[in-house]
Design a protein around this ligand. Sequence first.
Ligand SMILES: *Cc1c(COP(=O)(O)O)cnc(C)c1O
Length: 340
Amino acid sequence: MTKAPLEWGKLAFSYMKTDYRYISHWKNGAWDEGRLVTDNTLSISEGSTALHYGQQCFEGLKAYTRKDGHIQLFRPDRNAARMQATCDRIMMPHVPTEKFIDACDQVVKANWKYVPPYGTGATLYLRPFLIGVGDNIGVSPAKEYIFSVFCMPVGPYFKGGMTPVNFMVSNYDRAAPNGTGAAKVGGNYAGSLLPHEEAVHKGFADCIYLDPTTHTKIEEVGAANFFGITKDGTFVTPKSPSILPSITKYSLLEVAKNYFGMKTEERDVYIDKIEEFAEAGACGTAAVITPIGGIYHKGKLHVFHSETEVGPTTKKLYETLVGIQYGDVKAPEGWIHLVD
Ligand SMILES: *Cc1c(COP(=O)(O)O)cnc(C)c1O
């Protein structure tokens, strides 16, 4: 088999139909076997709870081709566990971890020709999702569900090397204090579209969301988690029940501690005290790390390391984690799942 004729290095983060996707139905209290299909459309009841009441969630993870040609997933068990936690919050049935990983494996293998080769900086992005379907009208959990996984090749996030971008503090909240901020549900995203648009219009990459109770502490950077490196080299990331627990963030935290012997802290990060940080970044699966050049707040821009260059600690954390993801750096026990 040969690879698809794509310019891997030039791919954007944009939709591309690949050949196969996985789909499984839950009915009468059980999942069916699940299968690969070629059709990229779904036919569901007009009464589906996913359409009216936001009873749905998603995940995002990547498959990487190693130097030796084998393909691996990075911590897919963590995505499965996070989806299960989301399901508990919005009353959907769990997809068992084994089923979740098996679905990802099947989709990667079936779309082998779209898995970017090693060295291109591109990856295969996997999008698992779970939706409430069936004939409903009242506000109550659906009686039927669909779990599906589709994928597409995506290019390197930073085409010309890592470059910092600026963010502005938003007056909007992305989540309520005891709401669904920690669940990966689409509803959190619908509410972020307008704040994002307004930030971009003002010349920023995205917004910084503060904690919804006091508006004094940093929670998220757009749809990514925040971290800062203090002037004495401590890796700090905010702690709050309304932050979406980023797998990239928790991985960076372990890399900082175990690969570089850094001190790490999960604690409150006050927007009025950001000068404690020498470097700052946003982290998530898509970019791994986006260095934060500066944060605009109360009429002034606070610049961390530089508006044009990535800081040294951010750079080494990024290179080590990406090295682990591509199999170039030895991974901690249990972080790598070999597909093929
Ligand atoms: C998915 C997501 C993240 C990043 O999580 P990763 O597991 O690192 O990809 C951060 N914030 C929000 C709001 C998210 O939805």
